[in-house]
Write a protein that binds this ligand. Structure first.
Ligand SMILES: C[S@@+](CC[C@H](N)C(=O)[O-])C[C@H]1O[C@@H](n2cnc3c(N)ncnc32)[C@H](O)[C@@H]1O
Ligand code: SF4
Ligand code: SF4
Length: 300
């Protein structure tokens, strides 16, 4: 009987994933988000970013840099990220997209992720975006193959499919990632989205992502390990202060946050009902490291 098992199995080298969250204020008020007031020392923040970058070889890591407000309000910080990206670091920036296309100008080496909850004002009701702003975000995402990160808070599935169809028609080649409105401190998820109800598109998260989401919605429990555990670490930057923590969820237990230094790994993590972009992070194209030639295995 013919076997479809391929040996040696195809393997791909991926980068380490490091998420850096810098303090920041925001220019909009999404109703589901708690933005703190922030006074940002951009020069100190840049010094901290460089301390973190210095710990890594550019080829081996993908940095996601974002703010707990809006990073594109801090021109010097984003210009510095562009400089480091032009030197070889692979850096993606998460933004609310309100400053595109200006935010993209003179920054050709940065990769982008934009948060937007749909292609209409109705779908973006909780972000308060105007149609012209939404159109600019989608135009920019198509043009620079930015990823789109959408909070799913209950938009009708027909509207979600209209958005998928629109992106398909526009030839979108990024990734459209839906994450549920977060349930804090292990509370049950309040929204669910099923892969089978969505129009097929290569830019959607894999079916396994939705299976995990549906399982958490149905049972209140996780049944899989997210990619943040296998390959991820977070840095929180407040000016000259750098704190570190294994995971990127909203309800990280405070005692697991530690000072700048070596990463700490865990067999177990108090994950609650969290499900977000970390779930399938390792499979994103941006995570692919330069592939050296296949190393022949010894034959014994
Ligand atoms: C806090 S924002 C900071 C970055 C930037 N201002 C933005 O909106 O992309 C990080 C991400 O969290 C998402 N977010 C905020 N509040 C959320 C909530 N209650 N549930 C799920 N995602 C949320 C945002 O839509 C965004 O994609
Ligand atoms: S744009 Fe980002 S940081 Fe600002 S309120 Fe919305 S989700 Fe929060
Ligand atoms: S809390 Fe969420 S992001 Fe953190 S390790 Fe668990 S599933 Fe992953």
């Amino acid at each position: 009987m013919a076997s479809d098992i391929v040996w040696p199995p195809p393997v791909k080298r991926i980068r380490a994933y490091r998420n850096i969250v810098v303090d920041g204020a925001c220019n909009i008020r999404c109703t589901y988000c708690e933005v703190k007031k922030a006074k940002v020392d951009q020069a100190a923040t840049i010094r901290s970013l460089d301390r973190i970058f210095a710990d890594y070889e550019p080829d081996g890591v993908l940095f996601r840099v974002e703010s707990d407000g809006e990073i594109t309000l801090y021109r010097k910080i984003v210009d510095h990220l562009q400089k480091r990206a032009s030197e070889g670091y692979r850096i993606e920036v998460l933004s609310n997209g309100t400053k595109v296309p200006t935010a993209l100008e003179g920054r050709p080496d940065l990769l982008w992720v934009f948060s937007v909850d749909g292609h209409t004002e109705e779908m973006n009701a909780k972000r308060g975006l105007k149609q012209a702003q939404i159109d600019r975000i989608i135009d920019a995402a198509v043009e620079v193959e930015a990823e789109l990160q959408a909070v799913y808070w209950g938009q009708p599935v027909e509207q979600v499919n209209d958005w998928i169809d629109l992106l398909t028609a526009r030839g979108y080649r990024g990734r459209l990632h839906f994450m549920p409105l977060l349930a804090f401190k292990g509370q049950p998820l309040t929204v669910n989205l099923r892969y089978a109800d969505l129009h097929p598109a290569d830019f959607l998260a894999p079916p396994e992502y939705f299976r995990r989401w549906n399982h958490i919605f149905d049972t209140g429990k996780r049944d899989a390990v997210c990619d943040q555990i296998t390959n991820g670490y977070n840095y929180q930057v407040s000016g000259d202060e750098i704190r570190m923590v294994k995971c990127d969820c909203y309800s990280v237990p405070k005692h697991l946050v530690h000072g700048f230094g070596p990463i700490r790994e865990f067999d177990n993590w108090p994950c609650g009902t969290c499900i977000a972009n970390q779930e399938f992070n390792n499979s994103r194209d941006r995570m692919l490291a330069p592939q050296p030639g296949r190393i022949p295995l010894p034959i014994v």
